[in-house]
Design a protein around this ligand. Structure first.
Ligand code: PHE
Length: 337
């Protein structure tokens, strides 16, 4: 038996192969279940006890060197495959990485889908905006702090990157007579230091409904419907009085905390509520600025940050993750629409 092992060891060491197929032949001959080394291990069972130690060591050595040899033969075969350019190797495994929709894109899609069930259609406007559409028509007084360089990226005196999607309300109302029922998604810019909770750009979805007899109750019902579709049927909403130059009355809307269900946790800062949007009845002067008769028509408007909704829905703790393109983060959203 010792001779046999010695002869095989020599054969293994001398073996050369240049192709993947030859490497495979080597494996079949020596290392497979029906290969010669396995046969020797079978035979080993009958070896006299006093020889077991010595022969066992030889056998292990043989197997190790055959395995090593196979590895190096495989590498040589693999290299050959790469050199074989132009030919497609159909035996290579399929690449299973399918990619995923960006979480902000899928949440935007979901928001638009919910409002489309209430009859809202989609509109958009430019990201580079003039003072009239971003501020003046929306009733921002000349001295309003949002007009400050510290909050807004100005391109020149009259032109800036829009600070909110409310500018699209004006663009649409200027050339459409009511009824108007639209949602307006888009990117907005603010001159803020980048942190886990703020960025110099983010995304909003604006909503606007103007018609005869639109009431605050209509707004409340539409926003309750949205919140329950988005965050689950047990979600409650709460409207707190607030101020925006372009709505009167104005409110901030909270939803019952999606994490603790309202009991109190660190996401809702132990209040049970989290703010998700601003809203209110369109200020009559905004309608008049757009040549719409404010005695005949009324409307409501709302605006929410897509990042904020996404962070709540998927428990994302750092806003910066959305714009870093880290595949480890993005790949976790494969199952979303
Ligand atoms: N434009 C406001 C903001 O960016 C949100 C808002 C939109 C408030 C519509 C009321 C009505 O904060």
């Amino acid at each position: 038996m010792k001779d046999k092992i010695g002869a095989l060891l020599e054969e293994v060491e001398k073996y050369t192969a240049g192709t993947a197929q030859q490497a495979e032949e080597f494996r079949l001959k020596f290392l497979s279940r029906k290969g010669q080394i396995n046969d020797l291990f079978e035979e080993f069972k009958t070896v006299a006890p006093e020889l077991k130690r010595e022969i066992g060591q030889m056998l292990n050595k043989l197997r190790n060197s055959a395995e090593e040899k196979f590895k190096s033969l495989q590498e040589a075969g693999g290299a050959e495959k790469q050199n074989d350019s132009g030919k497609v190797d159909l035996t290579l495994p399929v690449n299973h990485f399918t990619g995923a929709r960006h979480p902000l894109a899928s949440v935007r899609k979901e928001i638009l889908a919910i409002f489309s069930r209430l009859g809202f259609t989609v509109a958009d406007g430019p990201e580079i905006e003039d003072d009239w559409h971003n501020f003046s028509a929306l009733n921002f007084p000349e001295e309003h702090p949002a007009r400050d360089m510290q909050d807004t990226f100005f391109i020149d005196h009259e032109i800036a990157l829009r600070t909110h999607t409310s500018s699209v309300q004006v663009r649409v109302l200027e050339h459409t007579q009511p009824p108007v029922r639209i949602v307006m998604p888009g990117r907005v810019y603010r001159n803020e230091a980048i942190s886990a909770r703020a960025h110099c750009f983010f995304h909003q979805v604006e909503g606007l409904y103007v018609d005869k007899g639109v009431s605050f109750a209509d707004m409340k019902q539409a926003l309750l419907y949205f919140s329950r579709e988005m965050f689950g049927s047990k979600t409650e909403i709460r409207l707190r009085p607030s101020y925006f130059p372009f709505t009167e009355p104005s409110a901030e809307m909270d939803i019952s905390c999606t994490i603790c269900g309202g009991k109190g946790c660190n996401v809702c800062k132990y209040s049970g509520w989290v703010e998700i949007m601003g809203c209110g009845m369109v200020d009559p002067s905004v309608l008049e600025n757009c040549k719409i008769d404010s005695k005949t028509y009324s409307g409501f408007a709302f605006g929410m940050g897509i990042e904020r909704i996404t962070m709540l829905k998927y428990e994302v703790k750092d806003l910066r993750l959305f714009s870093e393109n880290d595949v480890r983060f993005l790949a976790q959203f494969k199952s979303t629409i």
